[in-house]
Design a protein around this ligand. Structure first.
Ligand code: AMP
Length: 307
């Protein structure tokens, strides 16, 4: 079975949307990526850090999804990373209210020995120095390295972020962040500039407006499924990244054409994530539901036109 190595935050989130508010619940980029990638036939492991305030039941949840958590360090008397966000009425924009790095501030990641030859490495959102350190520890060159990041790291660790961006094959980033990183308003120009920084494939996520995949001068678009109920977009980007990297790891095919399918899988899984608060929907999701919605995606975009 192929191996997917996931790095990212395992966190507490407090979320407010127009539909409600949560106290500290399970969150974190690696959590969402792991839950999403668990829908594929592969072995996966998370490298991250939490404090001893982190409930065992959250770790048990990850284990129950067959995710190897031996790379999640638990710091004695440490406090887990905490993030709080407030969504506006359109649900497409949000304000970060609090980011407390806590144990993440001096985290030295340790890749489990049996994942130093992982086929795909998914560098989820956290400090770019941690992302680089994970790449340094790999003993075999991965077939594909995917990186996700956010404006927070552009604001506070840009040189380190640019260093790790140079080393990856694919970057997934949202539209505003692509503009910030490149200094270009046009997403076509932004994607071209970001390709010059290193990654040959650039995925730009546009929330409810879908996602774009750029490679050289080619571009592919996947819509987001129009949903009746959207409660909480938190983790949609990470769930997308988990679906993308999980599908690629399972299929072992890193061609542009297969990446199109990976984007559809990512969008499909992300469409479930937003239907309930936090990780709730992903925890109860079944493979059968995923398959049915994949068919809906196909119908949404297929048309027969003679040209
Ligand atoms: P998304 O909605 O896909 O952007 O991801 C939201 C998740 O990212 C939340 O569960 C947060 O815990 C986590 N998160 C928020 N800010 C950061 C940050 N600066 N670094 C790493 N993870 C973060």
């Amino acid at each position: 079975m192929n191996k997917l190595l996931i790095v990212g935050t395992v966190a507490f989130d407090a979320i407010e949307t127009p539909f409600g508010k949560t106290d500290k619940i399970l969150g974190g980029a690696a959590t969402y990526i792991g839950l999403s990638a668990s829908f594929f036939n592969l072995q996966s492991a998370i490298v991250s850090v939490v404090g001893d305030d982190f409930p065992q039941e959250h770790l048990d949840l990850l284990t129950s999804k067959n995710i190897d958590i031996s790379g999640i360090e638990i710091v004695k008397e440490g406090k887990t990373f905490f993030w709080s966000g407030l969504y506006h009425n359109d649900l497409n924009s949000r304000d970060t209210l609090v980011t407390e790095l806590n144990v993440l501030a001096d985290f030295q990641p340790k890749v489990p020995q049996n994942y130093k030859d992982a086929d795909v490495v998914m560098l989820g959102n956290l400090h770019p120095l941690v992302q680089s350190s994970v790449l340094d520890q790999m003993e075999k060159k991965p077939k594909l390295v995917v990186l996700d990041t956010m404006n927070f790291w552009m604001d506070c660790a840009l040189p380190e972020l640019l260093d790790v961006i140079k080393r990856v094959d694919v970057i997934t980033i949202n539209d505003e962040e692509a503009r910030q990183l490149s200094g270009e308003y046009s997403l076509v120009k932004a994607a071209a500039k970001i390709q010059d920084m290193g990654p040959k494939y650039v995925v730009i996520k546009k929330g409810e407006h879908g996602a774009l995949l750029f490679h050289n001068r080619e571009v592919f678009f996947a819509p987001a499924l129009p949903l009746e109920d959207v409660f909480d977009p938190t983790g949609a980007g990470d769930t997308f990244a988990g679906g993308f990297s999980g599908f690629i790891a399972q299929s072992e095919n890193i061609s542009f054409n297969n990446m199109k399918n990976a984007i559809i899988y990512g969008s499909n899984l992300a469409s479930f994530c937003v239907e309930k608060f936090g990780t709730e929907r992903m925890e109860s999701l079944s493979k059968a539901e995923v398959a049915i919605r994949l068919q809906q995606f196909k119908s949404l975009t297929q048309f027969d036109i003679e040209i």
